[in-house]
Ligand binder design. Structure first.
Ligand code: NAD
Ligand code: ZN
Length: 374
């Protein structure tokens, strides 16, 4: 059979599928010390001296060296923001109002400097500045109508993949859910591994495990395709090196930063899974942070991800991490019901983890049993 004929035949039998068309971060700088280039990178995007750059910076850096290096000129504004609590829709709305009230010119850009919390805030503020109403109205998929302001993400802790993703996860009045849109993705990312020096060890581990869990959930999910797999496998390999080998610290920082990037790319075309679905419930009711919440849940998912949990146990042991215990022991059944609601609303996550027939494989009793162990 000739080649042409084969293609013809393939075309005949291939069912018509509409593939998703994903945005990616169009520009990225990688390297120790690259933060120093921020001023030059922003320059072409400054519209005029009255159109400020707004820097949203994790307040852990207040008074530290990094702040002196922020290239704030003209009427740029540096806002320090506490990351003890994860971003909320009302916080985003208040920030947008503050910026609108203080400047008559439309800002030239928004720069987020920090972990997933600050990166998500920067994305959300950039999106909401150009779109009407409350950010709560845009939680969901592809609800954003207008392009966002130019926005730059500069991670200072590695793992979430928020630097590459097309979502910003917000706690709203009714749910914890992302603003998933093509306009959410950063226009520029600066990956400077030196910025992650000084992250407390437990937090390093928990946020790093977010990446590891992204890999496990993506690679074991029913949505997996070769695109996701190629990124997921690379991220997994890097995570194993970082958390199981004895790397030199600067190399370890570089590798975890790239693991985070690849892990984020891997879930772009697939989904996360059970640990994330349950972790959202913990976060909603108890305010448990994302990385820690994922670890608390993942620890009890050996029935679903046996190989991943075995590796996780080795990592926890190697780094002497103690997970808090008894968090859910005292919760009432009504509380557990709320957490089940939040968790079960994450339908794509369950479908990815357990397949199309996921409803027949999971129910509230099974979920509550896992929560009670936490
Ligand atoms: P984080 O931003 O919440 O920060 C955790 C802690 O680390 C904070 O106390 C912060 O001050 C501190 N910290 C950060 N950098 C530091 C540094 N260099 N030195 C010392 N301390 C530092 O942590 P995270 O785990 O990166 O982010 C969690 C958030 O990310 C959650 O809100 C979660 O919903 C979100 N998230 C978003 C996505 C996405 O795709 N948008 C994906 C996963 C998670
Ligand atoms: Zn995550």
């Amino acid at each position: 059979m000739s080649l042409n004929r084969e293609i013809e035949l393939n075309n005949e039998i291939r069912p018509k599928v509409s593939y998703r068309n994903f945005p990616m971060v169009p520009r990225v700088v990688f390297g120790a010390g690259s933060f120093d280039q921020l001023g030059d990178i922003l320059l072409p995007f400054r519209k005029n001296s009255d159109a400020p750059i707004i820097y949203l910076v994790d307040d852990v850096f207040e008074g530290r060296e990094l702040v002196k290096k922020i290239p704030a000129i003209f009427n740029d504004l540096v806002l320090f923001i506490n990351a003890d609590e994860e971003p909320k829709t009302e916080q985003v709305d208040a920030l947008v109002k503050q910026i609108r009230d203080n400047f008559s010119e439309i800002p030239s850009g928004i720069v987020g400097i920090g972990g997933g919390t600050l990166l998500d805030l920067a994305k959300a503020v950039a999106v909401m500045y150009t779109n009407k109403g409350s950010s709560a109205n845009y939680q969901g998929w592809d609800l954003v109508q207008k392009p966002s302001l130019y926005h730059v993400g500069i991670p200072t802790i590695s793992g979430t993949g928020a630097e590459v993703s097309r979502t910003t996860v917000l706690l709203g009045p009714e749910m914890k859910l992302g603003i998933n849109s093509d306009y959410t993705t950063f226009d520029q990312v600066i990956l400077d591994p030196d910025l992650t020096v000084g992250v407390p060890k437990d937090q390093w581990f928990f946020t790093g495990m977010d990446c590891f869990i992204h890999c496990v959930e993506s690679l074991n999910g029913s949505f997996l395709n070769t695109f996701s797999q190629s990124y997921g496998e690379k991220a997994m390999e890097l995570c194993k090196e970082v958390f199981l080998d004895d790397l030199e610290p600067s190399l370890s920082r570089e590798k975890l930063m790239m693991a985070s990037w690849h892990g984020g790319m891997s879930i772009a075309y697939s989904q996360v899974g059970i640990a994330h679905a349950l972790s959202y419930g913990l976060s909603y009711l108890l305010g448990v942070r994302h990385g820690l919440g994922n670890c608390l849940v993942f620890n009890h998912l050996e029935d679903y991800y046996p190989d991943g949990v075995a590796l996780f146990d080795q990592m926890i042991l190697k780094h002497n991490i103690e997970l808090p215990q008894g968090l859910c022991a005292e919760l009432s059944d009504a509380d557990l019901e709320i957490m089940c609601d939040v968790s079960l609303r994450m339908e794509p996550l369950w479908e990815n983890a357990l397949g199309e027939q996921w409803r027949s494989r999971i129910d509230r009793d099974i979920i509550k049993e896992i929560y009670r162990k936490i």
